[in-house]
Every structure is written in C-alpha cells, then in structure tokens.
Design a protein around this ligand. Structure first.
Ligand code: ARG
Length: 257
C-alpha cells in the first residue's frame, strides 16, 4: 500500500509542477524564480539584434535588461515583437516591459510609463555614396525617404514638407530599399546608422552628420505599473553607480559615458 501512496504523491507533485509552469503570467513565480517578460524589436544593432547562428539576442539593451533583471532577482525572458506592437503589448500586459531603443516622448507617455533615460540618441540620415543633392534634412524636399513603422523617424519625417515617406517593418528593409534606389535616404537613430556603416561593413552608403533631434531612450511598462517603474529606476541607478552600466556601454560603443 505504501508504494501506492508514494505513487499518488509523485503524481500530484508532477501535476503541480506542470500547473505552476503553465501559470506563466506577469512576473509570475515560476518554480521559485520570478520572470520578467521583456518585449523588444530585434532589428536594431547595436541595441538588439541576433547574429546568424546565435541563439541569444544580443546588444546594449539586452545586456542592460539582463543586468537589471539580475539586480531585481528576475529571470529575463525576451520576446521578439515588431516595434509598432510593443506599446500595445504593454497595454494588454502580454509583456512586463519593453526595451527597444524606444524614445521617451509625451505621446507615448499617455499610454505607458517610462524608466529614467538610459541612453541619448537622435535622428540622422543615411544616403548613397554618390548622393549629391541631399546633405541636410532640408534637402529631403521632393525626395523619397524610408523609415521604420511606428518610430520617431516616421513621425519626424512626416512633419517635413514635400517629402514622400515610405514606411518599412525594419531598418534593414529601409537600407535594402535605399541600395535598390527605391528611396533616396533613410532616416533612423544615429547610433544604429553609425553601427550599420562602421561595424556591419555596409558599402555604397554613408551617414550624414546633421542631427534632426535629440532623443532619450527609456524602458517602457504598463501605465499602472509604478511599482515596477520604481524598481527598474533603482536598479538602473545602482548599475550606473557601481560601474556596470559603463562596462556595458564600453562593450558596445567602445567608449565610456
Ligand atoms: N528611437 C526610435 C523610436 O523610439 C526608434 C526605435 C526603434 N527600435 C527598434 N528596436 N527597432 O521611435
């Protein structure tokens, strides 16, 4: 009889493990480890990208959120979500946070909470090497310009007069279109443009120095999640104070802040 009892007990244990694992959910307690569900649009080197043959997503944002997770005792689980789907994912709470080179702005603040700023960027242009007509943003008038859907680039370029805006799912699609002469310029975040030209060995294109905007990146979360916002800000501050942030910065940008 004893063995039957043991068997029943084992069955119950196995079942509860399955149910526990199945519970998932927001920052759920998965067998003792809390999970932070992170959404990111993995198309934005050096902030978030995936090299061929690499299992893990990598980049500045990925290292930063993993360090924050470690600080807070969360296991970090990253899902690849198109950029324009990230804010909705915070709103319907399928994700706890989004880290995706996302610019803090008033429009977005109506829908999500942001952490303190963690990186300063801004928009620049990439054109073909042989481009003569476009040197400044004001020269874009009468030209076709590629931008990523749902980004500040899309928003800013639409404000410029007489520009034909072409929206694509990823910056890579924008660059492909530029090389194929379907557009005359790509507007995108400066560090991503620079990385594309300098590190990924892009040829036939160049980045122009003028900056259209100055923008701060922040980590986004649901509008009512002030508790998580506070925790993330504390972790961010700690990483800045203890030098960990600088290490991550130097790894991806080769200079310290
Ligand atoms: N900083 C810009 C914005 O917030 C572009 C961000 C795009 N991020 C990405 N992972 N594709 O709109």
């Amino acid at each position: 009889m004893k063995w039957m009892k043991a068997l029943a007990l084992a069955a119950i244990c196995a079942l509860s493990v399955v149910t526990l694992a199945g519970c998932g959910g927001q920052s759920a307690d998965n067998g003792g480890k809390k999970v932070l569900k992170v959404g990111s649009s993995i198309d934005f080197a050096p902030f978030e990208f995936q090299d061929e043959g690499q299992k893990d997503y990598q980049g500045f944002d990925m290292d930063l959120i993993r360090a924050i997770g470690k600080e807070l005792g969360y296991e970090v689980e990253v899902s690849n979500i198109p950029f324009d789907g990230l804010i909705p994912a915070m709103q319907n709470k399928t994700m706890d946070v989004a880290i995706s080179g996302m610019t803090i702005n008033d429009e977005r603040k109506q829908n999500v909470l942001f952490s303190d700023p963690y990186y300063q960027a801004g928009l620049t242009m990439v054109v073909r090497d042989d481009e003569q007509a476009i040197q400044k943003f004001t020269d874009l008038k009468g030209h076709k310009v590629a931008v990523q859907i749902g980004t500040t680039s899309a928003e800013e370029v639409k404000k410029l007069e007489g520009v034909e805006v072409h929206e694509f799912n990823t910056p890579a699609d924008c660059f492909t279109e530029l090389k194929a002469r379907g557009v005359d310029a790509v507007v995108n975040d400066r560090p991503v443009n620079d990385y594309y030209i300098q590190k990924s060995g892009a040829t036939g294109v160049k980045a122009l120095p003028e900056r259209l905007t100055a923008e701060d990146y922040g980590i986004a979360m649901a509008k009512d999640n002030t508790e998580l916002q506070q925790k993330i800000n504390e972790a961010l501050k700690k990483l800045k104070d203890n030098g960990e942030y600088d290490k991550i910065f130097a790894k991806w940008f080769g200079e310290s802040k």
